[in-house]
Design a protein around this ligand. Sequence first.
Ligand SMILES: NC(=O)c1ccc[n+]([C@@H]2O[C@H](COP(=O)([O-])OP(=O)(O)OC[C@H]3O[C@@H](n4cnc5c(N)ncnc54)[C@H](OP(=O)(O)O)[C@@H]3O)[C@@H](O)[C@H]2O)c1
Length: 268
Amino acid sequence: MLKDSDAPQDSAVNVKQLLDLTGRVAIVTGGSIGLGRQMAEGLAEMGANLVLCARKAERAHQAARELQQLGVKAISLACDVKDQTSVQEVVDATFSQFGRIDILINNAGISWGAPVEEMRLEDWNKVIETNLTGTFLCAQAAGKVMMRQGRGKIINIASVAGLGGAPPELPAIGYHASKGGVISFTKDLACKWAVHNIQVNAIAPGWFPTHMSNRVLERYKELFLSHIPLRRFGNEHDLKGAAVFLASDASNYVTGHVLVVDGGQSAW
Ligand SMILES: NC(=O)c1ccc[n+]([C@@H]2O[C@H](COP(=O)([O-])OP(=O)(O)OC[C@H]3O[C@@H](n4cnc5c(N)ncnc54)[C@H](OP(=O)(O)O)[C@@H]3O)[C@@H](O)[C@H]2O)c1
């Protein structure tokens, strides 16, 4: 249990205090590797305690061990965001360990590549259930705790893929549909839960090299780079600021927003 003195203070006035996350408690789904790991690190660098969850417990455990080196509390839990019972267990374990939940980053996600006419229903369902239903289940379970607290921050990781279509060489219609759904979900939930002082926002990353994207980035590197005004892919720090901003009191008047972090790709 955290002490009352760790509780977020509303009296913060300068911008360093507004961005400070000392003592806050954040759940990061899919926090074991990739973008989830990067955002978890950013929150920890600003002082937040972390609960990292993913299906492969050992990778999440390893990430938690590494992030503890930053001087925060970090635990890992095995979780499948498609499974309501598993999600509730993470929320219950977080509450019993830390006494509250300040921040939820719905980052766990997968993709499946197949032309539309060949996409199997089971593969479509896997993507929708992980990316969209998983986001709903986690928001619902953690949101009930946030409502009781009278405050909370939910950050849904969408994608620039949720803003539009892609050429046939990039066949991932379930992924696009799920991320478009995450964006609409974010806006509607922001309207619904503003009354509880819960800010709900999304981040829409462009291309970042990770386990999920590496293969396609290697294949289409030059083509993709030619569509990115900053002429590079996202790096291991480029998402931290966006995540910290939306997790902190600096964004208390921002809700229902989609923060695009894509090197200008969607600005062409
Ligand atoms: N990389 C990009 O270019 C890019 C661009 C835009 C948006 N995004 C989004 O950013 C998020 C992270 O992507 P990434 O590139 O970092 O992918 P990644 O490296 O493949 O990491 C995905 C993470 O999600 C976890 N995960 C997957 N399915 C899960 C489930 N059912 N339950 C719990 N955890 C699950 C994975 O752990 P386990 O396998 O152990 O479960 C892993 O920790 C995704 O939502 C993705 O759509 C990525």
